[in-house]
Write a protein that binds this ligand. Structure first.
Ligand SMILES: Cc1cc2nc3c(=O)[nH]c(=O)nc-3n(C[C@H](O)[C@H](O)[C@H](O)COP(=O)(O)OP(=O)(O)OC[C@H]3O[C@@H](n4cnc5c(N)ncnc54)[C@H](O)[C@@H]3O)c2cc1C
Length: 285
């Protein structure tokens, strides 16, 4: 098993959950192997709201300051109505207390949060192994034997524990027959990280209501991009290119001065009965 050694814990998946666990194990000198089947880190904004409890966890991990410095606070929402623009706070937070000290409505794109987690992990002497996908495992009384597909072929690794941090479609979860419980929303939506001309970053711009009219643009603090969001019908082909998103934004806002210049990452998500199923494409530029 060249390059891979037996270890206490194998973490499958180096997203937010896997990286957090890796930092915790590294702090306690527990040996682990952190593998991810992707070729490299994920580049999308996805989850951008850092909740108060998460901020407490980040403080404990020693990275709250740099996560705060990576993003910003949620901007005010500006609703463009027939009567004119109406501003409302995006998040109303109570005053900090000793029990809940962090009440900042913090906005950080997920790829920046994960970058800070990787930096902290690196300080502790570890890094994720990308291009390493979990493809099989078997459990016995002493531990687990794990098969990992690597660029150099399959490897077999022995560990005391295997942790499935491999996302919503988790291979580990499905392999051991655990259902993905939860509610489905019955909606389909676009989320995209875009560079835009025609609007500024000072407010979260929101237009329209309903599946075919609503669209919003929220500046992604710490970047020069906006997160574009909008519901879409299940039965339409969605064009996630810059031209396609420009057309969608102009149709929904009536603003022909708004242009999507480039798309860093985009996805159209269908929440169908049963389990959430991502559709569309992810793109990097
Ligand atoms: C399009 C989209 C928009 C979202 N928007 C929001 C939002 O606005 N707000 C919010 O709070 N949350 C949002 N989320 C959810 C949020 O991104 C997730 O809750 C979060 O990423 C979960 O983190 P995780 O580490 O559990 O899983 P993930 O981030 O999914 O990471 C799992 C990792 O496991 C790896 N992996 C998968 N299978 C294997 C395998 N067999 N072997 C090795 N590695 C494997 C994957 O490559 C991936 O890197 C969004 C998610 C998506 C997809």
């Amino acid at each position: 098993m060249a390059g891979l050694v037996d270890t206490d814990v194998i973490i499958s998946g180096a997203g937010a959950a896997g990286l957090t666990l890796a930092v915790e194990l590294a702090r306690r000198q527990v040996s682990f192997l952190l593998v991810d089947k992707a070729a490299g880190p994920f580049t999308g904004s996805r989850g951008k709201g850092i909740q108060p409890r998460t901020q407490e966890v980040f403080e404990d991990l020693g990275l709250l300051d740099r996560v705060v410095a990576s993003g910003g606070e949620y901007p005010v929402q500006r609703f463009y109505t027939a009567e004119g623009p109406v501003d409302r706070p995006a998040v109303e937070m109570p005053e900090p207390t000793a029990a809940e000290p962090y009440q900042i409505p913090l906005l950080v794109p997920q790829f920046l949060t994960e970058r800070r987690l990787r930096e902290r992990l690196s300080e502790l002497g570890h890094a994720p192994r990308y291009g390493h996908g979990l493809v099989g495992f078997g459990q016995d009384g002493d531990g687990v034997s794990v098969r990992i597909a690597t660029p150099d072929g399959d490897r077999l690794v022995r560990a005391r524990y295997l942790v499935g941090a491999d996302g919503g479609s988790s291979f580990v979860r499905k392999s051991i027959g655990i259902e993905f419980a939860g509610e489905t929303l019955g909606v389909r939506a676009i989320v995209a990280d875009v560079r835009v001309d025609g609007v500024g970053p000072e407010v979260w711009h929101r237009w329209g209501q309903g599946t075919e009219a609503q669209v919003s643009l929220c500046a992604l603090a710490g970047t020069d991009m906006f997160q574009l969001q909008g519901p879409v019908r299940f039965d339409v082909e969605v064009d996630l290119s810059a031209d396609g998103l420009t057309t969608l934004v102009r149709e929904r806002t009536g603003r022909h001065d708004i242009t999507v210049r480039s798309v860093s990452w985009a996805s159209a998500f269908s929440m169908t009965p049963g389990s959430p199923t991502p559709t569309g494409r992810a793109a990097c530029s």
